[in-house]
Every structure is written in structure tokens, then in C-alpha cells.
Design a protein around this ligand. Structure first.
Ligand code: SF4
Length: 487
């Protein structure tokens, strides 16, 4: 299936798309695999590998797996339901398998029963988990290994094997030969299903030029092959409304973030101060507002609240913060009123998503795979492209803005203290949002011609991530995670 804007922007829960949203999705999809045998399950085993095991405690991974096994889904579960289930599970040491989707089966199973193997990295991906269900005689009813590959995306071992088969079936004479990777086979199928396919920024620009479209128009035309235009526009405005609700819920909260690091929520106090000093949203304070929105969203994410994965949870504050800038400070948007704002939100998210597709397809948006450059760097690049489009940039200027933002996030490591998505993550979102705005403004001062292409910088990010020590890839074994006293 081609990647949609609604794959890049999904509603989920904090604190991590790869370590919370993905594992919950994986565990709930195991129930589908069980199907009618769910009622016969007498015992369950969960093995958690690599980065998921190493930083799972700080990311709420084990809790998310238990909730997923009860049938909870990150996009729909309500906060009070999560809290009621957590309380019951911790008091009883039991889960009710499939409870949220029908008649559940009570099992003695708790976080301590999971087998955690932080030093075992499965060949396909570091974020891996295997779930096995047994009947009363000890016979295996179902077993599957799931990989949480970033941004809440989950691929099972079975799906990987199917993609490998598809790769073998690709015509040897084509650009995507048998010897090429599974990813290339995916790209080949991607091209078959969309009216305006693109595998690279060069192809994206060529499609825009040939058909006289902006990046947003091209992405919209591709989306329309999957759903109708009204649904797309409403869906994107809904995504934005969840971003707004997330920030405003956070601005109401004070106190400390969970996890024991004693990180204080700052957005609430900053908001009161900023409202008093700058009641009219003057341009003199634009950066303070941008910082505030980024930090508010990420504080909400860190406390397990509802967020939009954009394209990951750790980087969820960047796009809302840059959108806040677009809607409040970009004159061509502000002067058109409410209708102008709606159009700008849609164009911003479509343009950002087109750039996000390139990162997802050609490199990675997973901190566990390529470090924080894949999460915060990709989000900053997506936001820069989206903003450049709203500010009237040509497709070439959009590509330039996205390139500048990533070029100056290259090498960014992932080293969260205690594995919690708090330090450096929260402030880093604010810094990256500012970088995205600067990148857009730089690109708009140029004519779109530039020395380093977006494709080159994406490939550089991929290679840098591959060379990066695993200590800096969401394992909490290097960097700030080992140099800062935890309390
Ligand atoms: S350092 Fe970056 S990649 Fe790592 S958890 Fe924080 S936001 Fe995510």
C-alpha cells in the first residue's frame, strides 16, 4: 500500500510512537491473529528485544503491550479507560486478553512475566517483540514476531517474509531487481498504485513541473486515489484539532512529569507569563510562542497524553509549533481569516507528508534505527517544507527548505536520560521548530537553486544513522543518558 498523509500523522498516545504506540498496536493485532482461538488461550509469553527492552520502562512499553493484549488501540482508547485498566492489572497481576473487543480471557500475566532481552538485536530491527499463545495442554495456538519500525508503524515477521517474496518476484530487468532490497520492492509497488508516484525529491519535483502542480496539490491528487477529497480535508483538519487540543490541555497542567526524573512541566507558567507580556501575539514574541507550543505538546506526550504522531511522538511538537507560526504570523494566511487558515493547514500537512514519505521510504524515521536525526530531524525538515509552501514557495523552494532543515540536524543522537522522552526531547522540539522556520525563510530568500539536494541529505542521514554507535540509538547507554545525574 502506498504511504498516505494519514500514515504520517496519526492520533496516538505518549510517550513514544515506536516504544508505546507501536507495541500497543502489535499486541492488539496479535488478537486478530488468534481469531477464534482466543477463547482457548490458557497462557501467554512475550519476549521483548533490543531497544524496546532497553528503554521500555521509561517509554511505557510493557504497559502498552499489556493494554494492547487487552484489545486497546492507541488511536481510540480514552485516557480514563487506560487508567482503569492499569489500576486493575497492577492490583490483580492479571490481564483480560481481548477484553476491549469482546469476551475476554483472564490470564495470570504482568509486566514481570515478560522476558526482556535488551542485548539481543533481531536481524530485521532493534525494536522487536515475539508473542506466543498456548492452550491448556501447552500447545502453541499462535506465535508472531513484530517490529516497531518507527512512527507507530508495525511490521510482522510474516509481512517481512511476504515482502521478501515480492522482491524476488520483481522483474530482473526493472530498476528494482531481485538483488535489491525489500524496500525497493515496496517502492516498485508504490509506483503502481498512485497517479503521480515519486521515489525521490528529484522525481517529486519532476512530477510537479510536468503537471504544473504544487507539492500539496500533487500529494492531494495521490491521496484521492485512496479516499475522497472531503474526507481528506476533514481528516487533516481533525488531525490539526487534536494537535491544538493536546497543546491546550498541556497548558492547563503544572507539576512534575512522570518517571522519577523530577522534570517540571514548564509550559503552564510560560503561557501565563507570555499571555501577560504579549496578549496580541506580536511578531516580537513569535519565537517564544513557537517554543511554548512545541514544549507543551512534548510535555503532554511525556505524560502519556493524547498526541498526533508527527511523524513520531518524540518529535510531535515540531509540526504543531511551526503550524502555529504559519497560522499566526504568515501574513498571506492571517489576512484570509478562518477559511485561509483551513486551507493553510491542509496544504501544510500535505506538503510535510510528501517530504515525510521520502524519509520513511529512503531512510528511516526511527530513533532506534538512525538516532534523533530520524525523528526530530525528519519532523524539522517536514515542517520547513510545509511552511515554505504556505509562505508561497515554489516546489524547488519547498525542497530547499526541507534540505536545509535536515542538513543542520545531521548526526543528532538519541540519548534520552533514563529512557524517558523528556531530556533532551522536550527542548529539542522547540529548537528544531525554530530551525524549521529559519530554514523556510532562508529558502524563500533564494530561488530554489542550491548545492546540496534533499535526496543527498536524506541519503547522508541514512548512512550517518547506519554508522552511529548503538549507544546513541534509543538505548539510553550513551550521551546525556550516562553523563547526567538522574536525580
Ligand atoms: S532523543 Fe530524539 S529520538 Fe531519542 S527519544 Fe528523544 S526525541 Fe526521540
Amino acid at each position: 500500500m502506498p504511504l498516505s498523509v494519514f500514515d504520517l500523522f496519526t492520533v496516538g498516545i505518549g510517550p513514544s510512537s515506536s516504544h508505546t504506540v507501536g507495541p500497543m498496536r502489535a499486541a492488539s493485532s496479535f488478537l486478530t491473529l488468534l481469531g477464534d482461538s482466543l477463547g482457548s488461550v490458557a497462557d501467554i509469553k512475550v519476549d521483548v528485544f533490543g531497544s524496546l527492552a532497553a528503554t521500555g520502562a521509561g517509554h511505557g512499553t510493557f504497559d502498552a503491550i499489556l493494554l494492547g493484549l487487552e484489545g486497546c488501540k492507541p488511536e481510540s482508547v480514552e485516557a480514563n479507560e487506560l487508567s482503569a485498566r492499569r489500576t486493575r492489572m497492577s492490583e490483580t497481576g492479571k490481564i483480560i486478553l481481548g477484553d476491549a473487543i469482546g469476551d475476554g480471557v483472564e490470564l495470570n500475566f504482568a509486566e514481570d512475566d515478560m522476558v526482556k532481552r535488551p542485548l539481543t538485536i533481531l536481524p530485521r530491527h532493534t525494536n522487536a517483540m515475539t508473542i506466543t499463545a498456548f492452550d491448556g495442554s501447552g500447545a502453541t495456538l499462535a506465535e508472531e514476531t513484530y517490529y516497531s519500525v518507527g512512527g507507530g508503524f508495525v511490521t510482522s515477521e510474516t509481512e517481512f517474509a511476504e515482502k521478501e517474496k515480492a522482491a524476488e518476484a520483481v522483474d530482473e530487468d526493472s530498476e528494482f531487481a531481485v538483488s535489491d532490497s525489500v524496500v525497493e520492492a515496496e517502492l516498485a509497488s508504490y509506483s503502481e498504485e498512485l497517479p503521480y508516484p515519486f521515489h525521490s525529491a528529484v522525481e517529486l519535483l519532476a512530477q510537479c513541473e510536468t503537471h504544473g502542480m504544487s507539492v500539496a496539490e500533487l500529494m492531494l491528487a495521490n491521496e484521492k486515489s485512496m479516499r475522497d477529497e472531503d474526507e481528506i480535508r476533514h481528516g487533516l483538519l481533525h488531525i490539526y484539532s487534536v494537535m491544538e487540543e493536546c497543546a491546550s490541555a498541556s497548558l492547563d497542567r503544572s507539576g512534575y512529569l512522570p518517571g522519577g526524573l523530577k522534570v517540571r512541566r514548564r509550559a503552564h507558567d510560560w503561557y501565563l507569563k507570555l499571555k501577560a507580556e504579549d496578549p496580541d501575539h506580536s511578531s516580537a514574541y513569535y519565537l517564544e510562542w513557537v517554543n511554548l507550543i512545541a514544549m507543551a505538546v512534548n510535555e503532554e506526550n511525556a505524560s502519556g497524553g493524547r498526541v498526533v504522531t508527527a511523524p513520531t511522538n518524540g518529535a510531535a511538537g515540531i509540526i504543531p509549533a511551526v503550524l502555529h507560526y504559519a497560522l499566526n504570523y504568515v501574513e498571506v494566511v492571517v489576512e484570509k481569516g478562518e477559511a485561509g487558515k483551513h486551507a493553510a493547514i491542509v496544504d501544510f500537512l500535505l506538503t510535510s507528508a510528501a517530504i515525510g514519505v521520502l524519509y520513511k521510504e529512503r531512510a528511516s524515521i526511527s530513533g532506534a534505527e538512525v538516532g534523533c536525526q530520524g525523528e526530530v530531524g525528519s519532523a524539522s525538515s517536514m515542517a520547513a517544507g510545509g511552511l515554505a509552501a504556505i509562505m508561497g514557495g515554489t516546489p524547488e523552494q519547498v525542497e530547499n527548505a526541507a534540505e536545509i532543515a535536515m542538513e543542520h540536524n545531521l548526526g543528532l543522537t538519541c540519548d534520552p536520560i533514563s529512557g524517558l522522552v523528556q531530556i533532551p526531547c522536550i527542548e529539542r522540539n522547540a529548537i528544531a521548530a525554530g530551525k524549521a522556520i529559519n530554514a523556510s525563510r532562508m529558502a524563500l530568500w533564494g530561488d530554489g537553486q542550491h548545492r546540496v539536494s534533499l535526496d543527498e541529505v536524506i541519503e547522508t542521514m541514512r548512512q550517518t544513522g547506519a554508522d552511529m554507535s548503538s549507544k546513541y540509538k534509543e538505548t539510553a547507554q550513551g550521551g546525556l543518558a550516562v553523563n547526567v545525574v538522574e536525580c
